[in-house]
Design a protein around this ligand. Structure first.
Ligand code: ADP
Ligand code: MG
Ligand code: ZN
Length: 515
């Protein structure tokens, strides 16, 4: 029996899998045990055909492949390479000791190694378990270049792997070893698909988005069609602070498991912006499915989840957001186990104020009745609204703003202010699990959001005048904290409170609709 090391993935984390290959005399057969799924089983044909294509005989006898530990379900095609290597070692075609080696990758029928999902989590497991050398597909090169502490080799096909281990040095092929990439340099060159400087006017919305970015607050934009909500949301990603290496690795792991990394960089360098359509299924949002994949909610990890036209989404899909908005992870129950995916994101949502879209617009007249408006707003459940700190009204830009030649402030400048405000929060929450004002719990809010008598008075007056709810109270305090941080003020001043109160549009709307 020969045991070859490889890796399995649960959720977005790897674990060691021992691929044990045994060939005994007797009736020819090929049995795969250890909870393999269909993709693993179909590997039999790919492995056989790859070996035959190399010009070797496929060993005759009863082949048994066991994937250990047997208790966990093995998914995907990346066991092809270790199984092929195990069979070749059993047939004495590879004779060198493979104790210090691990193998990971899918084979095509002609023996090419194909780009495989989950390489990053697999390699991080190798580092953790102190495996010295790993061979992966050549097309996963860039993704591997961010892992340090082990030797990683890439191969184009099975034949390269076999001749790499040839006993005769004259026959040996050299495999390309992966060099470390420079994260900082890549990050400095990262580009965004859009920029705030092209958004005309909309000063209030931009200011609110800056606050949301600075404190990690969820935000809802309410406004008529064509007012620029989608445009603003897309630009939100560009004013968030740059990713740290750790954040980038976390997000890259998720995108690696979903097979979404671009081959050129092999890493997620800018915070993701995910905008699932309102017809998206629960599985595509939350993750899971037949072949477990992270969903949109996890793909947005460390970035932005944008729900455009929020009331159009299926209620059950919106309900799915409650867990990640509270715990920053999403648990998926599958047939035999529960998988956890990271899901920490800023929620940006947009909606029309009413069915016709023009309630409150200064340009078009709304044709809806109060009942229609109320029913429309009621589509977003209270518990979800509870998690949204800022709601703002976005109206169509004026002609003057739209035709003004002057470009607005660019994203990089806004991002700098946001990053400064985040640095203050990093110091504040040093040695706690959280990083931003939005994620403060009740005790922390009490501790860090103290108000002067004057500030208390502003808040009290607003509560009585606007009939604000209890839930609005903590939201306003946290947002005021962020506004103070942006201003570099240790103290929350009355003006910070007043501004925070102004970003509670829906509290006013609801009141209006109820009257
Ligand atoms: N403030 C703005 N500055 C520049 N262009 C704008 C602005 N608002 C809207 N537009 C233009 O109008 C188009 C529609 O805006 P969009 O973001 O789709 O609006 P909404 O999502 O509110 O319906 C945008 O693609 C953009 O070209
Ligand atoms: Mg839109
Ligand atoms: Zn209307």
């Amino acid at each position: 029996m020969i045991a070859i090391k490889s890796f399995g993935i649960t959720g977005v984390n790897g674990y060691i899998v021992d691929v044990e290959v045994d060939i005994s005399k007797g009736l020819p057969g090929y049995t795969l045990v250890g909870l393999p799924d269909n993709a693993v089983k179909e590997g039999k044909e790919r492995v056989k055909s790859s070996i035959l294509n190399l010009g070797y005989k496929f060993p005759v006898g009863n082949i048994v492949v066991n994937l250990a530990p047997a208790a966990s379900k093995k998914e995907g095609a990346m066991y092809d390479l270790p199984i092929a290597v195990g069979i070749l070692a059993n047939a004495n075609i590879i004779t060198q000791s493979l104790n210090d080696w691990a193998f990971y990758g899918e084979l095509s029928l002609n023996g090419e190694l194909r780009r495989s999902n989950g390489v990053l989590p697999a390699l991080l497991t190798a580092v953790e378990k102190k495996i010295k050398n790993v061979i992966i597909p050549a097309d996963n090169y860039h993704e591997a270049s961010f892992v340090s502490g082990i030797n990683i080799y890439t191969a184009k096909n099975l034949s390269d792997v076999v001749s790499f281990f040839a006993d005769n040095t004259a026959e040996q092929t050299r495999l390309k070893q992966v060099d470390a990439a420079n994260f900082k340099a890549l990050l400095a060159d990262a580009t965004y698909p859009c920029d705030m400087k092209y958004v005309r006017g909309q000063y209030v919305a931009k200011r609110a988005l800056e606050i949301a970015a600075a404190g990690g607050h969820n935000i809802l934009m309410i406004g008529p069609p064509g007012s620029g909500k989608t445009m603003l949301a897309k630009c939100f990603q560009t004013i968030l602070p740059p990713m740290t290496f750790q954040e980038s690795m976390e997000t890259t792991k998720i995108h690696s498991c979903a097979g979404l990394l671009d081959a050129e960089h092999g890493i997620v360098l800018t915070r993701p912006f995910r905008c699932p359509h309102h017809t998206a299924s629960a599985v595509s949002l939350a993750g899971g499915g037949k072949y477990a994949r992270p969903g949109e909610i996890s793909l947005a990890h460390n970035g932005v989840l944008f729900l455009d036209e929020m009331p159009e989404y299926n209620r059950s899909c919106l309900e799915l957001l409650r867990q990640p908005l509270e715990n920053y992870t999403i648990m998926i129950s599958r047939a035999s186990m529960t998988v956890e995916y990271p899901a920490s994101f800023v929620l940006v949502a947009s909606m029309n104020p009413c069915p016709c879209g023009y309630y409150g617009s200064r340009i078009n007249r709304c044709k809806c009745t109060q009942t229609q408006i109320q029913r429309y707003l009621g589509k977003i459940s209270g518990p979800l609204l509870d998690r949204i700190d800022l709601h703002i009204e976005v109206d169509q830009v004026t002609y003057d703003d739209l035709t003004n030649d002057k470009l607005a402030e660019d994203s990089a400048t806004i991002r700098e202010r946001v990053t400064k405000a985040r640095a203050i929060q990093n110091d504040r929450f040093y040695q706690t699990k959280i990083h931003s004002n939005a994620t403060m719990d009740t005790a922390m809010t009490k501790k860090y959001c103290t108000l002067s008598v004057e500030g208390e008075n502003v808040l009290k007056t607003a509560f009585e005048r606007l009939n604000l709810s209890a839930r609005a109270y903590t939201r306003i305090l946290k947002v005021a904290r962020t506004i103070a941080d942006l201003a570099g003020s240790e103290e929350i001043l009355p003006e910070h409170i007043s501004e925070a109160i102004s970003y509670r549009s829906l509290d006013h709307f609801n009141r209006g609709a109820n009257e």
